[in-house]
Design a protein around this ligand. Structure first.
Ligand code: C5P
Length: 249
C-alpha cells in the first residue's frame, strides 16, 4: 500500500494579509506551506517567518539556478530563516521556545552537479552552526508546465540522477515521472509533485497534471497544490476534499 503523501499548499499571493487569511483558514488541515517567487518577491523573509511563527513548516520554492557560489550563499541565508516558536514541552502544557528551521527548498537540477553540491554543503554547514534541522534540498527536474511531451522521462531521470549524485534528498517531478523515479531511486528519495488537479478542475497553465489519487499511486511524498485551494471559494473545503481523496485511496 502507498503511504499517504503530505499536502503542501502553494501560497501564491502578494501580501501578508492574504497569507494570514489563508494560513488561518487552513491551519487545522495543512502543515506545510510553500513560499514561491511571487510571495517572496512581494513580502520577503517576513512571509516565511509569519508561517513559522504559526508553528507551520515552510517549503521555500525559489528554484535557485546560478553560479555555485551565489547559490551556496542563497542557501546559507535560506537555512538561517527561522523563528523562535512556542510549543508544548510536556503534558502539563508548559510552553518552551524552540528555533524553527526551513523545512525544504528547491534548486534547479539543470544548474549542474557542482552547483547542487555547493548548495548541500552550505545548507549542512549553516544548519550545524546554528543548531537547526537540515532542510530538505530538492531539485526541480522539468517544470510541470513544460509543453514538450516527448522524451521528458529520460531527461527527468537523468536530472534526478544528478540530484542524487550531488547529495540532494530528492526532486520535484510530475506524477507522470514519479513512478519511474521511485523505481529507480528507491523508497528514501523524496518526490515532490506539483500540477495536482482534482478530477474535473481547470488545469490552467499546467500540462503534466494528475489527480491527488494518481499522484499518491505514483509514489510521490508531497503534493503541491496552489490555485485549486488558494483561489477556491472555500479553501478549507477544497483542501479537505483533496485530503479525503487521499485518505480513501
Ligand atoms: O496553482 P498550481 O497548483 O498550478 O501551483 C503549483 C505550484 O507549484 C506553483 O507555485 C509552481 O510554482 C510550483 N511548481 C510547479 N512545477 C514545478 C515546480 C514548482 O508547478 N516543477
Amino acid at each position: 500500500m502507498n503511504k499517504t503523501p503530505q499536502l503542501i499548499v502553494a501560497l501564491d499571493v502578494d501580501s501578508l494579509g492574504q497569507v494570514r487569511e489563508l494560513v488561518e483558514k487552513l491551519e487545522d488541515v495543512v502543515d506545510i506551506f510553500k513560499v514561491g517567487s511571487q510571495l517572496f518577491t512581494a513580502c520577503g523573509p517576513a512571509a516565511v517567518r509569519f508561517i513559522q511563527a504559526r508553528g507551520k513548516k515552510v517549503f521555500l520554492d525559489l528554484k535557485y539556478h546560478d553560479i555555485p557560489n551565489t547559490v551556496a550563499s542563497a542557501v546559507k541565508s535560506a537555512t538561517g530563516l527561522g523563528e523562535a516558536v512556542e510549543r508544548n514541552a510536556d503534558k502539563e502544557k508548559n510552553k518552551e521556545k524552540v528555533q524553527s528551521s526551513l523545512f525544504m527548498y528547491t534548486v534547479h537540477t539543470c544548474g549542474g552537479v557542482e552547483m547542487m553540491k555547493a548548495a548541500v554543503l552550505a545548507g549542512t554547514q549553516v544548519a550545524e552552526n546554528i543548531g537547526v534541522k537540515l532542510p530538505l534540498a530538492v531539485g526541480v527536474t522539468v517544470l510541470t508546465s513544460e509543453q514538450k511531451q516527448d522524451n521528458i522521462l529520460p531527461l527527468v531521470l537523468e536530472r534526478a540522477a544528478l540530484a542524487k549524485e550531488a547529495g540532494l534528498q530528492g526532486v520535484v517531478a510530475s506524477c507522470h515521472e514519479a513512478r519511474h523515479i521511485r523505481e529507480k531511486f528507491g523508497p528514501d528519495f523524496v518526490i515532490v509533485t506539483p500540477g495536482i488537479r482534482p478530477a474535473g478542475a481547470d488545469v490552467q497553465d499546467q500540462k503534466r497534471v494528475a489527480t491527488p489519487k494518481e499522484a499518491m499511486e505514483s509514489g510521490s511524498n508531497f503534493l503541491v497544490v496552489g490555485r485549486p485551494i488558494v483561489q477556491a471559494e472555500d479553501p478549507h473545503k477544497a483542501a479537505q476534499q483533496i485530503l479525503k481523496e487521499l485518505q480513501s485511496s
